[in-house]
Design a protein. Structure first.
Length: 188
């Protein structure tokens, strides 16, 4: 199969998956959870504790085998199930968001974290293995999930290790505390 044919097939596949998931939302008055059972709703609510906001909800699922996710019931199998019911797209290759300038802000549980990139323009951010469908985004905005401090610190540490410059009001900084091996930030 030629590369151009492979690319065309991939684009058709992604377009089909996205439009198939969005067809269930063709009527704007539809109840977003009407076809979800209690277990599906609970599973999606568990996923929502991993959402950051930057223009829209972004579930940051970097390593589906990491205990920060698995102890909350988020695994490869549960993500595939949520994909099958049209709430997200799961890809083992992952997703990135491109086009950032020198700085951006992402919000976790309503509180900002400022990210500084190494370059002045054309920066990108690794989003992990999951993006929400339009239905998933709309449904995610209806949940009010509790903050997961362990997950927040996991993401901050990951970004810090990638060389990003971080500033947040969500981590208390004690100058007398030894931060060896931990990501820390400076309060704004």
């Amino acid at each position: 199969m030629k590369i151009s044919n492979l690319l065309a097939t991939f684009v058709q596949f992604i377009t089909f998956r996205t439009s198939h998931a969005e067809n269930s939302l063709s009527n704007g008055n539809i109840n977003l959870t009407s076809d979800l059972n209690q277990n599906d709703r609970q599973l999606f609510e568990a996923l929502c504790q991993f959402l950051w906001i930057q223009g829209g909800p972004l579930p940051l699922i970097f390593d589906v085998a990491d205990v920060v996710y698995t102890k909350q019931g988020i695994t490869s199998a549960t993500l595939k199930h949520l994909e099958a019911i049209g709430l997200l797209i799961f890809d083992t290759n992952g997703f990135v968001k491109k086009g950032f300038g020198k700085h951006t802000r992402l919000f976790y549980c309503g509180k900002p974290t400022k990210i500084g990139f190494q370059h002045d323009a054309n920066n990108y951010l690794d989003l992990g293995h999951v993006v929400l469908t339009e239905r998933g985004k709309k449904l995610a905005l209806t949940y009010q999930t509790p903050r997961n401090q362990e997950f927040y610190e996991y993401v901050i540490k990951r970004w810090f290790q990638q060389g990003l410059i971080l500033s947040s009001i969500q981590i208390d900084r004690n100058p007398r505390t030894d931060f060896v091996g931990r990501a820390c930030s400076i309060k704004e």
